[in-house]
Design a protein around this ligand. Structure first.
Ligand SMILES: NC(=O)CC[C@H](N)C(=O)O
Length: 356
């Protein structure tokens, strides 16, 4: 049995649990994901920077730790909450248990939490901050309420530009702006024969112009999209290069902001592997993998500049845009999946077709 620790939410609600992984205290925004599998992809997704992730699926860790499934070389979430964690994982690819993995990486895990009640609380009251602590009576609620995720993209992006080449012949050259990218975006591009130059988040139009690329991809990433003022200004110039552009998740949000649009924070976001999205051009519905707390307000974009391409079937929020003023389209969900369904992977093919 692990040592007792607590999750205290900013509304005062307290949940008792048992520690695994690293010791210590952690304050962050508490969000839930409904993915039944794919916990390794979730744990290594840097878009969870500054967040404590709650898994609604009650048993996590049963297939152990499989590095080949990682979406980055760091743990994205600040801490991790589950109902049960599996102490005897079994899988031919497994290289260890969650407990050891968390201890090695200094990440706090909390198990035996009533994740159903916790999820309902967040769903009804909206996303809020929380602290994992051994001393629930000593929580400073003012500090807890004041916690904000800041500087997340800069902290997550690569500092140095680097290039990844395909094994076979190079079909296209792509610049990938790394805002905290998931590795599978890179894999999807390289597997289609692209030579991909991964650029730091603040790469300018001038810099991208010198790379002589056929296309530009804007990656996913953490935090409030509107906070990235410098990147949004750069994107306005990048759009003027008139090179085909594909934005994913944070990339989609930043592209909308660069087109004069607005983003809003959703009550509790979309995180999981079964979010239905509808293509407004042909009415087809796809099941998608998602992890976002903000959404583009599609009406805030000048209809002369762009239109909504995908909409969420559950709540009607914007899931994709296409633009008329430059060769660009973007999606809020994850066509690269990992975890989750591969239904929308063909969007990478559409992007390659766009590059000619
Ligand atoms: N996965 C992402 O790119 C997330 C985008 C943004 N940080 C949000 O929460 O909405």
């Amino acid at each position: 049995m692990g040592k007792t620790a607590y999750l205290v939410l900013e509304n005062g609600k307290t949940f008792r649990g048992e520690r695994f992984g690293a010791e210590g205290e952690m304050t962050a925004e508490v969000v839930f994901t409904t993915g039944m599998t794919g916990y390794l992809e979730t744990l290594t997704d840097r878009s969870y920077y500054g967040q404590i992730v709650v898994q609604t699926f009650p048993l996590i860790g049963n297939y152990g730790v499989i590095p080949a499934d990682f979406e980055s070389d760091v743990i994205g979430p600040s801490a991790y909450i589950v109902k049960h964690w599996c102490q005897a994982p079994s899988n031919f690819r497994s290289e260890g248990s969650l407990d050891t993995f968390f201890k090695e990486r200094g990440v706090i895990g909390l198990a035996e939490i009533d994740t159903r009640t916790l999820t309902k609380t967040i769903r009804e009251a909206g996303v809020m901050n929380g602290i994992i602590t051994d001393d629930p009576a000593g929580v400073d609620f003012q500090a807890l309420k004041g916690y904000r995720i800041e500087g997340a993209v800069k902290a997550s992006s690569t500092k140095e530009q680097y290039t990844v080449r395909p094994e076979g012949p190079v079909t296209k050259r792509i610049a990938l702006l790394d805002f905290g990218q998931k590795e599978n975006i890179l894999r999807e591009l390289v597997s289609r024969g692209a030579e991909v130059t991964v650029c730091p988040c603040n790469a300018t139009a001038e810099k991208i112009g010198t790379l002589d690329v056929d296309g530009i991809v804007l990656s996913n990433g953490p935090g409030d999209p509107a906070e990235n003022v410098e990147i949004i200004e750069n994107l306005k110039e990048i759009c003027k290069l008139n090179i085909p552009l594909f934005g994913i998740c944070l990339g989609h949000q930043l592209l909308a902001l660069a087109h004069g649009g607005r983003t809003e924070k959703l009550k509790y976001g979309h995180r999981g592997a079964n979010q239905p999205v509808k293509n407004r051009l042909n009415g087809r519905v796809f099941i998608s993998s998602q992890n976002h707390g903000y959404a583009v307000v599609s009406e805030s974009i000048d209809p002369e500049k762009g239109e909504e391409l995908f909409v969420n079937v559950n709540d009607g929020t914007c899931e994709g845009m296409r633009y008329f003023c430059c060769p660009a389209f973007s999606v809020q969900f994850h066509p690269e999946a990992c975890g989750g369904p591969l239904d929308t992977g063909s969007l990478f093919d559409e992007f390659f077709a766009m590059m000619g």
